[in-house]
Ligand binder design. Structure first.
Ligand code: ZN
Length: 239
């Protein structure tokens, strides 16, 4: 696909082998404008970067070569992986984000993302379940790409996983059982930063990012039957 280049100095200098690349992490820039985002991603002091930035008009800008480790994920975990920069390609979508005015992602932006991801799937054999949002791998401190990111639509292109609606059979669960079951499922799916059987006041953040992705119209940080049902479906599929 057509790309332009605007390189950032913020990456680890050593090359990585192709076999390291297993994940694609999706972000939004969360800044006032595209120019401000590019400047930040190029500023040595910011110590952040990405492999690709996609503008609102769908322009794809490469900022770091794929065989270098870009600095986009920060402290993060997913399944047995820690600090996912080493094993991922980072893609930033220009969007003001939850602080400056969260916008729908543009059609052109998503079209370019699909073409780019298809290329990456071909090149690195990345599985659908290894397309993740920044919030999936750092749920206590990140919200991007957020509830307006079209995961359901993208799952049709094997970019991220989705679920099928079906009735959840277990009835009359007590609140505590419901919560523990949900966290058992999310742990199987790959989420970290919580304990399976011991609840904490940070847990609602994990529930919230899960709902942003899979139940975007109902983000309240509370586990109901539907939220549990989706987690059970995905845990079953990915176990
Ligand atoms: Zn991010």
């Amino acid at each position: 696909m057509k790309k332009t280049f605007n390189f950032s100095p913020n990456f680890s200098k050593k090359n990585r082998p192709k076999s390291f690349i297993k994940f694609v992490i999706i972000h939004y820039t969360g800044m006032q404008s595209e120019i401000a985002s590019v400047n930040r991603l190029k500023n040595k002091k910011s110590k952040v970067s990405c492999h690709y930035l996609i503008s609102r008009k769908g322009k794809v800008i490469q900022m770091v070569p794929e065989n270098k480790i870009a600095w986009h994920a920060g402290k993060s975990k997913w399944r047995s992986y820690k600090n996912l920069n080493r094993n991922s390609i980072g893609i930033e979508l220009v969007n003001k984000g939850h602080v400056y005015g969260y916008e729908s992602f543009s059609k052109a932006q998503i079209q370019s993302l699909v073409v780019l991801c298809k290329e990456l799937i071909k090149k690195y054999n990345i599985s659908a379940s290894n397309f993740l949002g920044h919030s999936d791998i750092a749920p206590l401190r990140k919200l991007d790409p957020g509830e307006k990111f079209p995961w359901k639509k993208l799952s049709k292109y094997k970019i991220g996983v989705w679920y099928k609606n079906k009735d959840y059979k277990v009835k009359d669960l007590k609140k505590e059982e419901l919560r523990n079951l949900f966290f058992k499922n999310t742990h199987i799916i790959g989420y970290r930063y919580f304990q399976i059987l011991k609840r904490s006041n940070q847990d609602s953040k994990v529930i919230r990012v899960f709902q942003q992705r899979y139940l975007p119209k109902k983000v309240n940080g509370k586990i109901d039957k539907k939220t549990l049902e989706i987690s059970a479906f995905l845990a079953n599929k990915l176990a």
